[in-house]
Design a protein around this ligand. Structure first.
Ligand code: CMC
Length: 431
């Protein structure tokens, strides 16, 4: 790596400060500003728009070229050829598993699927109409009260068992949230089923009737899990890392990640896409909505369009677009009006100067909501599905952070704009 430097001229007689430039394997170089604080200089970057918060070798995005890689593998190849257990192992360990590694991994994941029976009493404390994400924040956080036997962050075995527990138990808790909300009895996990089929079983089987898992539906859900498994240092992943930097329990850190994911600007967008498509209702109404999206005075935005990093088609959206066709054909839904509206909306928008000049393309949420809806998953569970998928990414990122020799507690500085020191005013002298 060439010994490149950047220079910061403070313009106040302090001269130039030399800053090393770091080169990653791919992607933009970064200026290493760690030593600036020694000079009592700090940088200002709300939203971390220009800041790399860590170095990572888990996932990589090139938003101009529609590239997303997990450990170097293109997302399209993983979505097409891998299953979620391959991807989970890959994210966690850095390589795809061989046959025996995979068998061991799947077996370990399936051994941790049950939750402590006493957790059932926690559920009963929630209102039945609570948003499932609110329940997930509470229940995943509560795991830290049940599994405090292996929380030494410096110990690899402890980190590993925490990771297995998270990957295995989050789908169980997610399905329990759904069952609780509709008043049906919880379904115990079935370890003879695949990760995805087991989740569908816990969601849709009842004590009176088994749920025959449709392989096309299971594969589509598996692809959704794969596509959502990791995405660099997004808001929820950064939350998990920041919470974990203090040495907090991984279960509590993932609960913090779930809270961050819940926001409509992050994981909540696919629910909003479905609402928008329902509101549009018919292909004939699309033009009016496009006009509204382009009107700067109207707050309406085309949900599922645009992305902070992708300035081209989101590669995850291309996979899900094909998957939508397959699932809708398989289920031969009589009413696929929403899908027709989505396809036409995409066509019109991609041909429109407003969207073209701003590089606004469909993102992953544009199609994932439609798919989940077709599978019979209610829209308030969409972000919960995202949570299941992202748990492996959060866990891998937390693990990477925990073993990083450069790890420090996250402690940003601020640009203080408040009052200068002033004297306390007693109550009887306040205006
Ligand atoms: N519909 C209409 N106009 C849009 C849209 C949209 N969906 N997105 C951006 N624009 C316009 C925006 O008004 C602005 O126009 P102008 O330059 O005339 O002021 C321009 O495009 C740039 O927008 P921005 O808000 O500066 O872009 P951003 O990178 O800050 O925002 C975004 C990215 C995803 C928040 C935004 O595109 C958006 O709100 N999209 C709809 C919500 C959505 O689909 N969110 C899911 C994102 S993917 C989830 C994930 O990966 O976790």
């Amino acid at each position: 790596m060439a010994d490149r430097k950047a220079y910061l001229d403070m313009g106040d007689g302090r001269g130039k400060i030399e800053l090393p430039v770091l080169e990653g394997t791919m992607g933009p170089d970064v200026v290493d500003i760690r030593n600036l604080s020694r000079h009592n200089i700090f940088t200002y970057d709300p939203g971390f728009v220009s800041t790399a918060s860590c170095s990572s070798s888990i996932s990589f995005i090139d938003g101009e070229k529609s590239i997303l890689l997990y450990r170097g593998y293109p997302i399209e190849q993983l979505a097409d050829q891998a299953d979620f257990m391959d991807v989970s192992y890959l994210l966690m360990h850095g390589e795809l598993p061989n046959r025996s590694e995979k068998e061991r991994f799947v077996s370990r994941v399936s051994k941790h699927t049950m939750v402590h029976d006493q957790m059932l009493t926690f559920f009963r404390g929630f209102r039945r109409d609570a948003h499932p994400m609110a329940v997930m924040v509470g229940m995943v956080g509560a795991l830290s009260a049940f599994y405090h036997d292996s929380l030494d962050m410096a110990n690899f075995q402890h980190r590993e068992v925490a990771a297995y527990r998270l990957i295995s138990k989050v789908p169980t808790l997610a399905a329990m949230c759904y069952k609780y909300s509709i008043g049906q009895p919880f379904q115990y996990p079935r370890n003879d089923l695949s990760y995805v089929a087991n989740f569908l079983h816990m969601m849709f089987a009842t004590p009176c009737a088994a749920y025959p898992v449709n392989p096309v539906v299971a594969r589509a859900l598996e692809q959704i899990f794969i596509l959502h498994a990791d995405h660099e240092q997004n808001a929820s992943t950064s939350t998990v890392r920041l919470a974990g930097s203090s040495g907090a329990s991984p279960f509590a850190c993932v609960a913090a990640g779930i809270a961050s994911l819940w926001g409509p600007a992050h994981g909540g967008a696919n629910e909003a896409v479905l609402d928008m498509l329902t509101q549009i209702g018919d292909v004939s109404n699309i033009k009016d909505f496009i006009q509204r999206a382009k009107d700067p005075k109207d707050p309406f935005r085309l949900m599922g369009f645009g992305h902070r990093v992708y300035k081209n088609y989101d590669p995850r959206a291309s996979v899900l677009r094909d998957s939508c066709h397959q699932v809708l054909d398989e289920l031969s839904l009589e009413d696929n009006r929403l899908f027709q509206v989505a396809l036409e909306l995409e066509k019109i928008a991609l041909d429109d100067d407003y969207f073209m000049t701003r590089k606004l393309y469909p993102n992953v949420d544009f199609y994932s909501g439609l798919l989940l809806h077709a599978m019979g998953i209610p829209s308030n569970m969409f972000t919960v599905i995202f949570t299941i998928a992202r748990t492996i990414g959060w866990t891998a990122q937390w693990n990477e952070m925990a073993s990083d020799p450069d790890r420090k507690i996250g402690r940003p500085r601020q640009l203080y704009m408040g009052n200068e020191p002033r004297d306390f005013v007693p109550l009887d002298r306040r205006a």
